[in-house]
Structure formats: C-alpha cells, structure tokens
Design a protein around this ligand. Structure first.
Ligand code: IPM
Ligand code: MG
Length: 361
C-alpha cells in the first residue's frame, strides 16, 4: 500500500518528534511492505517566519491532497516569542485552528491510558494507579467557544470582550455518533459532559445526545456536569470509557486526563472528519524550553502515527506493532526524562525513536 502522508513538523520540539515518528513509520513500511511518501508543510511559527502567516492556502491544499497528516507541535513561549506580538489571527495557534476548520476535523479523539510500567508516575493515590484506567476523550473540535463570534469593543470608555459558544444540533449529532460508534468497540459506555445547569448550548447538547443514544441500546449513556467531571477524573478515573464533550471543556479535561497518566509526553490524538482522512498529533505542546536538546519524548507522536495507521489506513496489524513496540521499550526500562523513574535507563529523543523502530515486528 502507498501511504501519502503530509507532515507538519512545526515549532519547538515538533521537528524532533516528527523525525522519530517518521523513522518508526519507515520501519513499519519495510516490515509490512508499504511505501511511505512524506511531504512536509509549514505551519505555526515556522510558517510565520517564512510567509508571515501561520498557515497558507498552499499548505492547506497539500494537506488535503494527502491521505493523512502527521503533526508535531506548534507555538512558542507566549511571553518571549515575537510571534505573540502579532495580532491573534496571525499567531501560531491560528494556524492550527485554521487547518482544523479547513479540513472539517470535527472529532478529536484523545485516549488517556495508564501504562502499568508508568504507574509510578501517576500523581494519584496508589490504590487508584494500581487499578489503572483507560479512557478516550471525544472532543468536538470545530465549534463552540473556539469558533463562535468574538470581538473586543470599548463602550463609554470601558473595554469589553465577547466570546460566544454556539452549537447547532447537526454539529452535536455528528460528534455524538462518533462517540457512540467508538464506545461500541470499547467498553460500551459514554459519559457526555456539559454544563446543562447553566448553558443553553449544553441543554441542547444533552437533548441531541439523548436522541442519538436511542440508536445505541447496547451503549450506556450518562450525563455529567463538567465541574464534577474534573473532580471525578482525579477521584476515580477508572469509571470512564468514552467522555464526549464540547471543544473548550474537552481542551481542559484532556489536559487533566493526560496528567493523571503521569506524562503528557505519552498521549496521542486523532482529529477526524467524516472520511478516512485525519490529522494526528501528540496532545502535548511544543515545549520550547527543551527544543533542540534531544530531550523530548517522541512516544506521543509515535502513538499518533499508530492511530493514523488504524483510522486512516485500516492497518490494524501495523498499528498494533507500533503500540507493542512502545510497551516493549517501556518494559525494557528505557525512558526519556519526563517519564524517568528509579532503576530505568535514560535515553534521548533520537535513541527512543531508534529503539522503537528496532522493535517493530
Ligand atoms: C490543544 C491545544 C490547542 C487547543 C491550542 C494550541 C490552540 O491546547 O490541541 O489542546 O486549545 O485546541
Ligand atoms: Mg489543549
């Protein structure tokens, strides 16, 4: 099979982690007889430096022409980088939001799984980490507070800023359907998270999710308020299977969920539209403080590449091989700095990539 993959190395540690994911994918290609064709595009700060904008039309076209997009990370230090002196619509993050919208990537899947080998890195009580957890956050990605109308005005000498949270029922329905479909392949439970005690958009969310649930009698549905969910994630994370939620809540809860796994450096994500096309990226940011030092953990990007093999190419065996390689390397005690614990062998980003590639069977 020929896999046409557009890569966005991006900023900060992005180029380093994408290089390691490519290394692993090349090995998958050799082992299973696939041809990997990579093409890089610029986005975020890297694009600003060359083109003056965080995302060009050409870059979007190249992304669209591929079967899938693999991304590292974008953005820099918001207090020191000159990118953040630009107007908000020209900053690195605008490139990411722009590509999500341009490619209609409305479903963001963020699995949060506690590897038994990393249980010591889990900041929760031992009885919770010993029990383990395995959840998937299904975050709506092209609507809500992120894409509603916003403006800053001055009225009678008083500055005022307005953001709006908008959802129509179709946007809610299509993400709910994805959540129920995935729950069916997992443990059959959806927790829909909203703020229906306050927000109209949440009340509509709840109604539409209930309508969708009628078609899935085999999947259990529960509703949870977002503040309670934030609490439950640290109290009893094992209760969750699929968490379905709107854009902003998903942004916040997915960081929280990743932290309880011990390291944000381990978490992959997939952003999908209604076709097989997807954009795959680690859940973490660009970590400018450690960029270029061979310190980054490439595992989240490698696991994102595994999600790409699974969801965009239907290559389950190959995806399993990548995930197995990650488990194997952890079992053998190799760790990057962010997940290091006593008695383990510390390795850099490049060596971690090579170890993973070597273990592709
Ligand atoms: C994420 C990030 C982005 C988001 C930022 C970089 C715009 O935090 O993917 O979670 O808020 O969606
Ligand atoms: Mg975020």
């Amino acid at each position: 099979m020929k896999l046409q993959i557009t890569c966005i190395p991006g900023d900060g540690i992005g180029p380093e982690i994408v290089a390691e994911a490519k290394k692993v994918l090349e090995k998958v290609g050799q082992t299973y007889g696939h041809e990997m064709v990579f093409e890089d595009i610029l986005m975020g700060g890297a694009s600003i430096d060359v083109h003056g904008v965080p995302l060009t039309e050409e870059a979007v076209e190249k992304a669209k022409a591929a079967d899938a997009v693999l991304m590292g990370s974008i953005g820099g230090d918001t207090t020191t980088s000159p990118w953040y002196k630009l107007p908000p619509n020209l900053r690195p993050e605008a490139g990411l939001l722009g590509i999500r919208k341009a490619l209609n990537l409305f479903a963001n899947l963020r699995p949060a799984y506690l590897y038994p080998e990393l249980a010591a890195a889990c900041p929760l009580k031992e009885k919770i980490s010993q029990a383990g957890f395995d959840m998937l956050i299904m975050r709506e990605l092209t609507g809500g507070l992120y894409f509603g109308e916003r403006r800053t005005v001055e009225e009678n000498g008083v500055r005022k800023a307005i953001d709006t949270l908008v959802y129509d029922e179709n946007e809610i329905r299509r993400i709910a359907v994805k959540a129920f479909d995935i729950a069916r392949k997992r443990r059959g439970k959806v927790t829909s998270v909203d703020k229906a005690n306050v927000l109209d958009s949440s009340r509509l969310w709840r109604k539409v999710v209930e309508e969708v649930a009628v078609g899935y009698p085999d999947v259990a549905l529960e509703h949870m308020l977002v503040d309670n969910c934030a609490m439950q994630l640290v109290k009893d994370p094992a209760q969750f299977d699929v968490i379905l939620t709107e854009n902003m809540f998903g942004d916040i809860l997915s960081d929280e969920a990743s932290m309880v796994t011990g390291s944000i450096g381990m978490l992959a994500s997939a952003s999908l539209n209604d076709t097989k096309f997807g954009l795959y990226e680690p859940s973490h940011g660009s970590a400018p403080d450690i960029a270029g030092k061979d310190l980054a953990n490439p595992i989240a990007t490698v696991l994102s590449a595994a999600m790409m093999l699974r969801y965009s190419f239907d290559l389950d065996r190959e995806a399993d091989a990548v995930e197995e390689a990650v488990k194997q390397v952890l079992k053998e005690g190799y760790r990057t700095g962010d997940i290091l614990s006593e008695g383990c062998t510390r390795v850099g980003c490049r060596q971690m990539g090579s170890l993973l590639a070597e273990r592709i069977r």
